[in-house]
Design a protein around this ligand. Structure first.
Ligand code: AHR
Length: 662
């Protein structure tokens, strides 16, 4: 259904005597937009449009952003299992806990050939819902422990990538394990070079023993990585990482979301379980699905945020988990100490503190720059204990880290915090109706991070499979509200972001993907237009129609940020002297906008980006999906300003961003 049109529609015929071109049209709204060119407007923080990197949900990190291809590499899934592993040829695979690799990884796989084998035999893994095989080098590795009875003909194993039945091998390597000491764990690695892409993702990684082998052989941490974003070891998947980077996010909130809190208190995000060698990371049960390997640990997460040029918003555990249990007040200190160690580990100089030295020892000498720390997640569901948890954490942390802004997750039951995180999962109309929401909140604090927001189905939350154009338009109206209130808004982020379409617990999501395809949803495209075109100051702007004057526009009234079904903001990048105008229409008709830049005679060529559905398209049903990833895309047009004036047409139900040198 076409979303309801509200407010008044300006339908009339008019001739505008300035601007280029001069247009006279029926059924086109005509708006005059006046923008004051200045260099002293309200500052817009660079964090304005961000993302959340919420671990676990929809297999967004393991099975998603984390580039590891092997599912259940350390046999942790389903309460310790061989899930995802199949044997081939002769022999059997079983779980073993005899002389484990480490206390963190107590269970391994045992491959047993009771009889001398007559065919190539071994085991294989189909990845997280498939493996994309592309022409590139893959880095494979495993830990290996042969028994006293073990014999491998020729002393070499073959590892590789093939189709499901092994009839097509895309790349392979041999690993010489001849000298591997008996009953001791050794680590082996090899490069698998692939020259031809596989047409399908129905592929496996395999480990093969030659015929004439026999005995017991144990394996753990069996891993295979493709090339990673920025070539990082233990890094992230290039296509998904690039989709993050292309959003130009100002901040990344991590690691959650609910997965920060964990299903129970012992299963919370424990930062120091996510650092160091992979064999020392125990992982934990996922809040939403499966098991978290925590291969993508706190250093890898923060390195990724740095690699895409964003500011981290670090969420820290605040003594409450999803089984609704809270740490009692008199037992909170160890949890506060845990967070102090975490922030020290991340931010302390390497040579001046124990935690900084540990970080350096693990390969990262430079501290990470942390400006925002959020204490907990959605504690509006647990105000009776947040009332003591927030003050305890905040008092200790704010004294120790005076340069960090601490963000509460509710304002109920606590003294006014420096900042608060608002979450809004709402139908489109909510975001449209709440355009002015942040004009009317207390100032100067608490500042607001809209740490999660997205358009859901009006009728049944979570039932919208993909973001729609109507949702993207409505979210953009909310974002215009953020920019206009940048004195109090730190920024906002759509949530959730990542969705492996084969392992979904929550829809809609900003970036759906499968093993070889990444979808830029309608909401993604709208946010990208905002993130990639961010001013650093707000410019005063007013819009009028034929029955108003710019002088008559009142703050908070028609013409200020909105006129009828058109929403707008103007800003400027003072470093490049560029004007940015953002316009969002929820009208059924085109809106001709004649722009006049006061105090500017700019005659220049600029760019206009348009996200729209086109004639006759219902924006509430238009989505980019895994089956039709490019149903909607951003259209780019050139525009020309003459003497500080230009005219553009804003299509029905659209998001438009103009970027013009002044
Ligand atoms: O983003 C999905 C979930 O929504 C988050 O984990 C949680 O913070 C919120 O309830």
């Amino acid at each position: 259904m076409f979303p309801p049109v509200f407010g008044f529609v300006i339908l009339f015929s008019i001739t505008i005597t300035f601007g280029s071109p001069v247009v006279t049209e029926n059924n086109t709204n005509v708006v005059s937009l006046n923008i004051q060119n200045a260099n002293n407007g309200q500052a817009i923080p660079p964090t304005m449009h961000g993302v959340i990197l919420e671990t676990n949900i929809n297999r967004g990190d393991d099975g998603g952003l984390y580039a590891e291809l092997i599912y259940n590499r350390a046999f942790q899934e389903n309460g310790r299992s061989l899930d995802g592993w199949l044997r081939f040829g002769e022999g059997s695979i079983t779980l073993s806990n005899n002389q484990s690799l480490s206390s963190a990884l107590p269970v391994q796989m045992k491959f047993t050939l009771n009889e001398t084998s007559t065919t190539p035999s071994g085991f294989k893994n189909g990845g997280y819902y498939g493996i994309s095989i592309q022409p590139q080098n893959y880095t494979a590795s495993f830990y290996y422990r042969p028994s006293t009875s073990a014999y491998i003909e020729g002393g070499k194993l073959t590892i590789g990538l093939s189709n499901l039945d092994g009839s097509n091998i895309y790349g392979a390597a041999t690993i010489d394990v001849y000298n591997a000491p008996v009953s001791v764990w050794s680590n082996f690695s090899a490069t698998i070079s692939v020259f031809d892409a596989a047409q399908s993702t129905q592929n496996v990684f395999f480990v093969a023993f030659p015929p004439n082998s026999r005995g017991d052989f144990e394996f753990n941490l069996i891993s295979c990585f493709p090339a990673t974003f920025k070539n990082r070891t233990n890094g992230v998947r290039i296509d998904i990482a690039q989709a993050f980077a292309d959003l130009k996010p100002g901040f990344v909130r991590l690691p959650g979301g609910n997965d920060l809190e964990g299903p129970t208190i012992p299963e919370r995000f424990i930062w120091n379980n996510t650092i160091g060698p992979l064999q020392n990371r125990p992982g934990r049960r996922g809040t939403w699905v499966g098991y978290n390997t925590e291969g993508l640990g706190i250093i890898e997460l923060l390195t990724f945020v740095e690699d895409i040029g964003a500011t981290p918003v670090l969420a820290v555990y605040a003594g409450y988990s999803l089984d609704r249990k809270a740490v009692p007040q008199d037992q909170l200190q160890p949890y506060i100490d845990e967070v102090i160690d975490e922030i020290d580990f991340i931010t302390a100089p390497a040579d001046a503190s124990r935690m900084g030295a540990l970080r350096k020892h693990l390969g990262r000498s430079e501290p990470f720059d942390i400006k925002y720390v959020e204490i907990g997640n959605e504690d509006f569901v647990a105000t009776s204990t947040y009332s003591y948890r927030w003050p305890a954490f905040h008092n200790a942390l704010s004294q120790r880290y005076p340069n960090i802004t601490f963000i509460a997750t509710t304002t109920s039951s606590i003294p006014s915090p420096p900042a608060v995180d608002d979450h809004d999962y709402q139908p489109p109309q909510f975001f449209i109706n709440n355009f002015r929401r942040y004009e009317n909140i207390p100032r100067p604090k608490p500042k607001v991070l809209v740490g999660e927001f997205s358009t859901i189905n009006a009728r049944d939350s979570n039932s919208l499979p993909y973001p729609t154009l109507a949702g993207a338009v409505a979210e953009s109206i909310y974002r215009i509200g953020f920019e206009r209130n940048s004195d109090v808004i730190i920024g906002g982020c759509y949530a959730p972001v990542l969705q492996n379409v084969k392992a979904t617990q929550w829809t809609p999501n900003l970036i759906p993907f499968n093993a070889n395809l990444v979808v830029k949803s309608t909401s993604y495209l709208a946010q990208q237009m905002f993130g990639a075109n961010l001013g650093n100051i707000i410019l005063n702007s007013t819009a009028t129609n034929s029955i108003m004057t710019h002088e008559s526009v009142q703050k908070g009234g028609e013409g200020d940020g909105k006129l009828g079904n058109l929403y707008f903001t103007a800003s400027k990048r003072t470093d490049s002297n560029t004007l940015i105008v953002k316009l969002v229409s929820v009208d059924r008709n085109d809106t001709l906008v004649n722009v006049q830049i006061q105090d500017s005679l700019a005659s220049s060529e600029g760019v206009m980006y348009i996200l729209a559905g086109g004639p006759g398209v219902d924006p509430s049903t238009l989505s980019n999906t895994i089956y039709n990833p490019n149903a909607v895309s951003i259209i780019t047009k050139l525009i020309w300003a003459t003497g500080g004036k230009f005219s553009i047409t804003v299509p029905p139900w659209s998001v438009v961003v103009v970027n013009l040198p002044l």
